[in-house]
Each structure stands twice: as C-alpha cells, then as structure tokens.
Design a protein around this ligand. Sequence first.
Ligand SMILES: *Cc1c(COP(=O)(O)O)cnc(C)c1O
Length: 392
Amino acid sequence: MIDWNEFDFETAAVRAGQVRTAEGEHSEALFLTSSFVFNSAAQAAARFSHKEEGNVYSRFTNPTVRNFEQRLAALEGGECGIATASGMAAVLTTCLGLLKAGDHIVASKSIFGTTVNLFSVIMAKFGIDTTFVTLTDVAEWEAAIRPNTQFLFLETPSNPLTEIADIRALADLAHKHGKLLIVDNCFCTPALQQPLKFGADIVIHSATKYLDGQGRCLGGAIIGTEELLMKNIYPIVRSAGPSMSAFNAWIFLKGLETLQLRMHAHSQNALVLAQWLAQQEQIERVYYPGLPSHPQHELAKTQQQNFGGILAFDVKGGQAAAWQLIDSTKIISITANLGDTKTTITHPTTTTHGRLTDEQRQAANISDGLVRISVGLESVADIQQDLARGLN
Ligand SMILES: *Cc1c(COP(=O)(O)O)cnc(C)c1O
C-alpha cells in the first residue's frame, strides 16, 4: 500500500484510497450495493468471523465509503478514518464509543448549537455531564477537568465569531491529565488546518459543508489512530448503524479533489470582503481571523494555512438593521448552511443561536446586530455590491 503521507496534499486529494476494479475505471467507482456475495459458504464464514478481510455489508464495509475514509484520513495526516451519515452522527458515534454513564465532557461554549444540545440534553439523559468553557481561556479548560472527564471538545475557528483556540496548548493540557482532545475541523478542513499535527487525538467533520462544497449531501467523519478508532468507534458504526451512504461518499470523494483550490478561493474572497466591511461606517466591528485587528490573528497565522470562508460583523442599529441588510440582498442566499460555492447570510441571534437565553447570547458576544456570512465562490465584487445595497 502507498503511504500517502509521503506525498503532497494536492496529490493525496486526488489519488489516495482509490483501488481500481478489474474494469480499469479511471474515476472512482460507485459501489451502490447493500451487500456483497461470497464464493462459498466457507468464505462467508471467514468474512463474518474476521478471519478473512473483505466486504460483507455496506453498513460497515463499502469500497466507495472506504475510499473516502482513506482519502480524508490521508489529508488530515491520520492513520484511520470512519465515515458517518452526518456531522452530528460523527459526534454521536464518538460519544457512544468513548463515554459511559458517569463520564464527563469539557467542551467549548462556542460550538455548533446542535452539538451543545447533543451534549447537554441527550448525553445528559444517559448520565453524562458536560462543562462548557471559554474557547480561548486555557486556565478555564484546566479548572473544568475532572477525574471522570474523557475528552475535551472544541471547534476552531468558532462559529460565528471566528475565535481561534490554541490547539497545541489544549492538546498538551488534555494529555497532561490523561484525557483526549477532539477537534471539529469543519470550518478549516484539512486544506487549511490539520489538528492532529498539533496534538489533537481525534478530528471530527461535517462533510456536509466544505468537503462536499456544493451543498448536496449530508455526511460526517471521524479521524484518528487505528487503535483509538478501530477499538472504540468502528464497533459503534457496525452495531448502531450511523453509516454513510456509498452515493454520498462518492460525492465527497470528488469534493476532496478540489478542496484545497476551493478553500483558498473562499479565503481570498472572505479576506477582500472583510477588509471592505471594516471600512463601512454602518459596521461596528468585523470578525475575521485574517484581519490584523482579530485578537488571535497571529495564532491563526501559525496554526492555519489560510483564514477560511466564514466571517461575521456587527451592524449598527441592532436586529432591525441586520434584518434590513439581509432582506436587501438579491443574490446571497438567506440560509444557515455554510461551506457552499454559494454565499450564504444568517442572523445568528434569531436562527442558529435562537435557542440560547439572552444571557447566554450576551456571554457569547452574539449581539442583535450580528450577521454571519459564509463567503462563496461568486465574484467578490458582486457579493460586495449585494451587501452595499442594504448598507446604504
Ligand atoms: C454543520 C455542523 C455540524 C453538523 O453537521 P451535519 O452534517 O449537519 O450533521 C457539526 N459541526 C459543525 C461545526 C457544523 O458546522
């Protein structure tokens, strides 16, 4: 087998994990089949008892899904990848694999709202407690760790304010206490940030976002060491069934081939837009790690290859002004999704962060005038003009 870590990212992105069939197809084959046939009863028995490696049933063995898992793992610099039906299925599968009743999670306050709900409501039902801490405050992370803590969980950059966590510092902290660090790498993707290289133990993905990149399919993935994943995570996928469909894996595979080009193009558009927004007098403040005014700009430069496609800003005049800006756009899509070729605009206070109390929102710095944009691949001049109309 080829060790794709010896190749550059661009090469692994288009080639890793592909195993050609006897048909000699050039592009990756799509194995749209639920089960696989055996040559004999003896072979069936050998496959079921793990005496022989090979395909059995697509809930846990599918060549197209395996191709995607191996390619994404290579891009993250990880040994092993396991695909799931969605990003949330990846988080759930990780919880089911690593936690038991009585355990504890330390998680950043600034994580995807549904993940907050999964930890604080659903996991709580099974006797698992979560402490939420400030993403950028290492001392607060340390103070929250208990003997029964199993892992630390974060996203960087955060949504929607693009705060950056020091992955190396938090990995060292986790390991000092004998815990794992899990990073949801949805916003950067491995094209811009590889958390395993800074000491993270597991990387989680919502493939739905940039890995697809064109807003078509739901999917997720978990990347880490062979030991950690095959022992803890794979048995959950096999027995609980949060599996990725072969069709979706095939879409994501093709998405990975252009990931690096797209992520740099998203980043370039976002930087131009952030710089322009920062000059508009109707805008109070712009949140984008690529701006020198961003509090963790220097850290972002050492940890990321570029600053990503997500930015946020405070419009003067609160919710009314933010809604007016959103409603004045003609091409930008009003949707909470992100990581698409199409630029999207959201009002976090009344959508993605609507379930938080006023107090929680204030603590998280999410103001009524805050607008989040996932900058797409249209002409940045056209995106700018679409926003200028609402600002005037
Ligand atoms: C969207 C998202 C998820 C959940 O992914 P789905 O594929 O929608 O289930 C998890 N984490 C982050 C950061 C996300 O943006």
